[in-house]
Structure formats: C-alpha cells, structure tokens
Design a protein around this ligand. Structure first.
Ligand code: G3P
Ligand code: CA
Length: 243
C-alpha cells in the first residue's frame, strides 16, 4: 500500500510546519508527516521551511539570526488570521515528544543547502536517538553531502536524497550515498524510474502530490509513499484502490 505523508503537516488546509498542521495530519489518518528543520541563532533545532521569515511570519530577516525565544514570539499562522489563533514555530524536540505518543512515520528534511548550519546533523540525530525514534524517521535533504554525513554518524537511521531534476539510475545513486529511498519531485518521477527503483529495493516517495491524477498513477504503481499537502483527500482517493 502506498503510504501518505503530510507535507509540512496538513499544509493545504492548516498553517504549514505548525503543531496544528501535524495534529491535523494525525486526525485525518495520514501515515506520516514531513517537516523542515533549521537552526536558530542559539542553536535550537526549529521546524520551519524558508530560510527567510517573511512569507510565513511577516517578519524580516533570517531564521538563523533569531534566538528560539525571538522565533517563538512570531506568528507562524499569519496567513490563517481570523481562522486560527497564533501558532508558535515548533522545535524538533516538541515534535518528537508528540510523535512518541502516536505511530506516525516522520520525514525530517534538513534545510541546509543555502546555509550549512554546522552541527545540525549531530543535533537532529541526538534528538532522534534520545526519543528512540530511529525506526520511524527518514532524514532527507537536497544537500547530499549532509546525508552522507548523517549516514556516517547514524547508519541505523534511514536517509533519502531529495532531487528536482532527472538523475540517471537514481536507485544506484541513492545506494552509493548510503540512502535507502529517493524523494524526487513529481516531474522527475516517471513510471519507469519508480518501478526500477522499487525493484532495486530503493523506496520511492515523490513530492508534492496534490492532483488526483498523480495520486491515482502513483497508487496504481504501488509507489512506496506520496508526500502531499492534502492527506485527507489522498486518503479518500486511496480508499478507492484495492490492495
Ligand atoms: O520533502 C519534500 C519537499 O518538502 C521538498 O521540497 O521545498 O517543499 O521543502 P520543499
Ligand atoms: Ca520539505
């Protein structure tokens, strides 16, 4: 069965990367969640997508230049004003504490292509181990050097390269860098790549799958998982498929 991962939580209907969006993903019965992490000025692992604060919080500057306290004074639900109250930017630790009480899989994306965030890999791995979540986590990144480093630090934790443009035999590449899955953009995930990867034992979780037609194609291929902004819709469509 194709698993459904809620992209930045249920971000199509709730403020992305907030506890509200992750709890909604659990409520609708997603199999997993995806989230983005960066480091605050004082070295805390925070859950936030853009390097810049502007789009989500309306504040200027970068995540990396604010302390956790300063970040948590911002409203991560600005676009949902009038619909939801203020939402704090969560820390990874807060999220892992919550995950301990449910069965969701979790894809932690390291946002370390623009800023490298030295020490991010060690901190994320330490938290995953502290909460005993090694079996339920996959670490992904567009920074594949960082993934190799994660694999060296923690070979027991799954890693998966994210990529947007076509790769030649990505299942060979993924294995070469210690990965056990690939996370391609939808446009780099034709049937043959998905089938060949899965046949080679490399899981495939394309992003961001919001259209019904794409969902149906991936379900019928038996793709390992999809990453979607609309887990509730994805579940309804999946229910019409027999496994
Ligand atoms: O992990 C899949 C997807 O989240 C990667 O792109 O920009 O949405 O973080 P982005
Ligand atoms: Ca992401």
């Amino acid at each position: 069965m194709t698993l459904i991962f809620a992209h930045r939580g249920s971000s199509g209907t709730h403020p992305e990367n907030t506890m509200l969006a992750f709890k909604e993903a659990a409520r609708v019965g997603a199999d997993g969640i995806e989230m983005d992490v960066q480091l605050s000025k004082d070295g805390e692992v925070v859950v936030f997508h853009d390097e810049k604060l502007e789009r989500i919080t309306g504040s200027s500057g970068f995540v990396k230049d604010r302390t956790l306290k300063e970040l948590q004074n911002l409203n991560a639900a600005l676009h949902f004003k009038g619909k939801v109250a203020n939402e704090r930017i969560p820390t990874l630790e807060e999220l892992l504490k919550w995950l301990c009480n449910n069965y969701l899989f979790c894809n932690i994306e390291l946002k370390n292509t623009f800023f490298m965030y030295p020490g991010l890999e060690e901190k994320v791995i330490r938290l995953i181990r502290e909460y005993g979540m090694e079996e339920r986590i996959v670490i992904s990144s567009f920074n594949h050097y960082s993934l190799v480093y994660c694999h060296q630090l923690a070979p027991e934790i799954e890693t998966a390269p994210l990529y947007r443009d076509g790769l030649f035999m990505p299942w060979v590449y993924a294995r070469a860098i210690g990965g056990s899955a690939i996370h391609p953009s939808i446009r780099s995930a034709p049937d043959l790549i998905i089938q060949s990867s899965m046949k080679a034992g490399i899981l495939v979780r394309p992003y961001t799958i919001n259209k019904e037609l794409d969902m149906k194609r991936l379900y019928s291929l038996g793709c390992s998982a999809i990453i979607t902004d609309f887990p509730e819709k994805a579940k309804i469509i999946r229910a019409s498929f027999e496994y």
